[in-house]
Write a protein that binds this ligand. Structure first.
Ligand code: PGA
Length: 249
């Protein structure tokens, strides 16, 4: 049995004082969650968030990291820096990083290897654009993105990563994949993992992401392949995010 995991992706939102306010409101609302609860925040918010979530069931995540240990990489953050701030999860290969910041499957792989080596749990994002789905490339694309990202990990390591299937056309658009579409593509991703890593595929948690909200979360989470969600817009308000986290109530 895979334990569901619901993670917020705050993107470029919330100053440290706003972050503190949001998590302070969130803590009592999600205290009894049956799933793992993570907030992935801008790095400038880590200290403010960590201070208030310590001792609660909310874990801290980052939105990206570099693969080198240190060096002349202006503006970047290393795994060790994240770890020391109390970060446990890190989003890698988000479609916005791919679209606006030149992220490639090769660099997602480097980041994944570095995150796992440092003891961070990567949340690796894969997903097709609208035209790719229409052209019938979805399965091939998510298979390629997933297996490239994982290259070089052992089956034991693969079992512990989190994958987020996020159809690009559903992110921030209000359009959601249907429950069945999301389930089917996540099933494709799991089969791809099985073809290389065997039974580790049964342990990997695969989230859905893309306009997931309090209204549609129940239907999505009822699907057998879907193990959680990566939540953008709906993670910015404590009330909304808590309703997603408590989808089973
Ligand atoms: P959204 O974003 O929930 O606002 O669509 C999801 C994401 O980009 O991770």
């Amino acid at each position: 049995m895979r334990k569901p995991i619901i993670a917020g992706n705050w993107k470029m939102n919330k100053t440290p004082s706003e972050a503190k306010e949001l998590v302070t409101a969130l803590i009592p609302l999600v205290r009894d969650a049956a799933c793992d609860v993570v907030v992935c925040t801008p790095a400038v918010d880590f200290a403010a968030v960590k201070e208030v979530i310590d001792g609660t069931n909310i874990k801290l995540g980052a939105e990206n990291m570099h693969w080198k240990e240190s060096g002349a990489y202006t503006g970047e953050l290393s795994a060790a820096m994240l770890k020391e701030c109390g970060v446990e999860y890190v989003i890698l290969g988000h479609s916005e990083r791919r679209q606006y910041f030149g992220e490639t499957d090769a660099t997602v792989n480097l980041r994944t290897l570095a995150a796992v080596a440092a003891g961070l749990t990567p949340i690796i994002c894969v997903g097709e654009k609208k035209e790719e789905r229409e052209a019938g490339y979805t399965d091939a694309l998510v298979t390629y993105q997933t297996l490239t990202a994982l290259t070089g990990l052992t089956a034991e390591q693969v079992a512990k990563v989190v994958i987020a299937y996020e159809p690009v056309w559903a992110i921030g658009t209000g359009l959601t994949a249907t429950d069945e579409q999301a389930n089917e593509t996540i099933g494709v991703i799991r089969s791809a993992i099985r073809s290389v890593y065997g039974d580790a595929a049964d342990e990997v948690r695969i989230q859905y992401g893309g306009s997931m909200n309090p209204k549609n979360v129940k239907g999505l989470m009822a699907q057998p392949e879907i193990d959680g969600g990566l939540i953008g817009g709906a993670s910015l308000k404590a009330e909304d995010f808590s309703k997603v986290v408590l989808y089973d109530r």
